[in-house]
Design a protein around this ligand. Sequence first.
Ligand code: 6LW
Length: 530
Amino acid sequence: MAIAKNPILSGFYPDPSLCAVGDDFYLVNSTFAYFPGIPIMHSRDLAHWEQIGNVMDRASQLPLQGCGHSEGLFAPTIRYHAGVFYVICTNVSGGGNFIVTASDPAGPWSEPCYLPEAAGIDPSLFFDEDGTCYYIGTHPNPKGCRYDGDWFIWIQELDLKTMRLVGEAKDVWNGAMRHVVWPEGPHLYKKDSYYYIVHAEGGTEFRHAAAVCRSRSIWGPYENNPCNPILTHRHLGKDYPVQCVGHGDLVETPAGEWYMSALAVRPLEGHTTLGRETFLARVVWEDGWPVVNPGIGRLTDTVETGLTDRKPVEPERMDMVYDFAGMERLGDAFLFLRNPDSDSYSLCAGEGLKLSYGGCELTRKASSVYVGLRQRHHHFRAETLLSLPPCSGQGEAGIALVQSNEYHLRLALIRDEAAQAVQINVYLCEQGIDRRIAGQTLSVQPNEDRVEIGLSLEVRGLTAAVKVSGGFGKVKVAEDVDIRSLSTETAGGFVGCTVGLYAAGGDHKDACVVFKNLTYSEINSEGSVE
Ligand code: 6LW
């Protein structure tokens, strides 16, 4: 039997939603300002997940220009009905709520069908037994918010032929607790002639919780589960290692067993750098209500899924080696900022990944030239070998750990042609202000064409160390850099860190830095590869 290890998706995989189609499970997450948007994962045992694509992989589907790091795509929902996959989501930076569809969940997905009449966020779809489709989402209390977070869950029928909301919209529920804040992430289900709404409340931070209500009619009145909330860690105190648990979605296996995906965070000393991650819990039904992890009542390190173990053919490796010189496409795991300018990136056989200079700094809310991977572990090392052109017009290139445009760490290389040297600087950007925290100037050989330098960024929890290597030998540039500010608690927002390669600035717009490879390895707290 398969045993799922929590988090089932570590790192920046927030707002999970999942659905079952026969023996197959599909899961999606929110991506905010990153492109492509909404990774889609597949599993046959709920334990091993493989990315099969990205739902929003064309700029035409996903306008993100100028959006804030935690704007763009909010919480998506995935559902399947009558041969069609549906993802419904909100682009808070352009267009609002929309639906995309696909016959193959790996894609291609359709252009978005916007629902301008649907206010608010966190949309979900429900297909009733007679095929009628309903939209469920959240919006501010239509009678006026009495306090911050005074929102309502509302339902309206969706005509699938016209993709328009039809009939009356009805506010059905505003949460389980008195003076509840942020009832959100609602999903509708039907079981044994009851309609159930599972939703989050309390805000996505420490007081996050999953709750449920039910009704015999989809339009209500909904009755509160007397055992609410069904999942939270807010009563466990701020030292508990897994916090902010909520945003649940239920799925039934072919054997009739139930599971819930939920988001949670794993802070270190009160600092969350990995963002909101995806967890799994078991669900049983008692007296017509779902009970999460019965006998335990909180998220566990492992979950027996009751399904045959289906390790992927290529088991997920925690050391990921990308040899760009031999790759034809970057692969689905890579993330860009907002809508990338494809002319600034090219994979050249035998050479590597070329990034153009001339783009804007990572501090800007713009489509900076950056390509990254999610930080999947508290302790990791990222290494790359790059080659700097003779003329980059003072442009910088290197490796960055990005929480947002306002909070990131950069190991930045500038080739100084006149001085026949390479300046190596470490910048910690906080509140959008760059601070140079370490630096060195290393000489290069006179008349050297391209200069090859290896970069290493090692993160152990809340500190980072950077090293460079090249013709000049190995140099430690900075150690024990305090990166606590690259956390949700300081930076705010909804994302986790990504680690990536970038190029910025410089007045030689035709110049490129070439990255030969990128290696991401999980390490232990002593620095050895796991
Ligand atoms: C999302 C809402 C939430 O739309 O945070 O945790 C928002 N819950 O449901 C952004 O992820």
